[in-house]
Design a protein around this ligand. Structure first.
Ligand code: HEM
Length: 365
């Protein structure tokens, strides 16, 4: 579908065939990103990986992140982080004393904690910054994602940009001031002068922000959705639990390579239209993790009906880390607790209540 958004020609890709054309056949032509206001303010004039124009700078930064933060060896070295059992302990205490907890918030906090440990190499609790009168990482990153995702008139009709009618530029300028200066790898890269490009603090901040945004919200959101779907599908929950019992090696810290069943559960995520296309998927709207059993559906971007991590040159460099985190947290949660909907509600009643709620209130519950 071709659209003209203000002055910007836009093509919406909503079939596997079209996705293949754009992400494989003509990947080189479309490998850049538009220069939006978010790229300007949040990504320090496109110095981060996600917003950078396709070219030598992007290639260098991507190589650096892949080697220094996201390689298999590095992911393995984060093993101790993944053994973090605070989530399980807190849930255990709450369930024993029948206290209500917000699992979504807890998963988001865990993801924030893991990302900060990985990127800054330091234990950073979100509340620490609140105490200093600043917003915590969680709030800053979520604000940043919201701002970057909002349709901004200035991106489509550049002349109106200076008026900032939606107030987005003002908010983005305010939110760009996270300054942490202990990121060893990036700093030594900066100091080594080995780079083809001058790297200064703003390059470092932009890349760090990318790594935080890339790792915090994505994995947490996926974990929450998997858990929500499992809650509504007790059969899938049961089978997932059984597999996790058989496969989890608690003594060596739940190595990710042993969790094939969770892999199938996380496979549910997809780009919205392609993932729901009945000509591509049987019972497209249904959560059926078993649909992947016995197929060789690829989630690395080679199968254009299934693109949770994108594809081609700009495909997600953090896929491996994201998958490891999701599998581990979901496996722990499913393995350690028996989950069911509140007050013995059946999944069918829950679905009807949700539909009714959307019809009456005009919003999704
Ligand atoms: C469940 C977890 C994750 C999902 C579903 C996900 C998904 C995606 C998707 C769909 C893209 C866009 C690909 C495209 O434009 O074609 C992307 C890009 C990106 N992701 Fe992820 N991601 C996840 C985890 C991570 C993690 C853990 C990191 C880093 C620590 C990360 C860093 C990035 C970066 C930097 C980009 C931009 C790459 C570029 O433009 O060259 N992601 N991700």
């Amino acid at each position: 579908m071709y659209l003209r958004l203000g002055f910007v020609p836009t093509i919406v890709v909503s079939s596997p065939q079209a996705a293949e054309l754009f992400l494989k056949t003509h990947d080189l032509t479309f490998a850049s990103r538009p220069f939006t206001e978010a790229a300007k303010y949040i990504s320090y004039e496109r110095k981060g990986l996600s917003f950078a124009a396709y070219g030598a700078y992007w290639r260098n930064i991507r190589r650096l992140c892949t080697l220094q933060l996201l390689s298999s060896n590095k992911i393995d070295s984060y093993k101790s982080l993944r053994k973090e059992e605070a989530l399980i302990e807190t849930l255990e205490k709450a369930s024993t004393s029948r206290v209500t907890v917000n699992v979504s918030n807890m998963v988001t906090s865990l993801s924030t904690y893991m990302s900060c440990r990985m990127v800054f190499g330091k234990k950073f609790k979100d509340g620490e910054l609140d105490k200093l009168g600043k917003k915590g990482f969680q709030a800053v990153v979520q604000d940043g994602m919201k701002l970057a995702g909002l349709p901004n008139l200035a991106d489509y009709i550049p002349y109106v940009g200076i008026f900032d009618v939606q107030g987005l530029a003002k908010r983005m300028k305010r939110d760009r001031s996270i300054d942490k200066d202990f990121v060893d790898v990036m700093l030594s890269y900066m100091e080594s002068n080995n780079s083809e490009f001058p790297i200064d603090r703003s390059n470092i901040k932009a890349v760090i922000l990318d790594m935080l945004v890339g790792s915090m919200d994505t994995s947490a959101t996926a974990i929450k959705w998997v858990l929500a779907e499992l809650l509504k599908h007790p059969r899938a929950m049961k089978s997932s639990k059984k597999k996790s019992r058989q496969q989890l090696g608690w003594t060596d810290g739940l190595h990710h390579k042993r969790l094939p069943h969770q892999q199938k559960v996380t496979n549910h995520s997809n780009t919205y239209a392609i993932g729901r296309d009945p000509s591509v998927w049987k019972d497209a709207e249904e959560f059926i993790p078993e649909r992947f059993i016995g197929t060789n559906t690829d989630m690395r971007g080679n199968d254009f009906k299934f693109l949770p991590f994108g594809s081609g040159r700009r495909g997600c460099p953090g896929m491996q880390l994201g998958l490891v985190t999701i599998r581990l947290v979901v496996a722990q949660l499913v393995h350690c607790f028996d989950w069911e909907l509140a007050d013995g509600m059946s999944p069918r009643i829950w679905t009807w209540m949700r539909i009714l709620g959307s019809l009456c209130l005009g919003q999704t519950i």
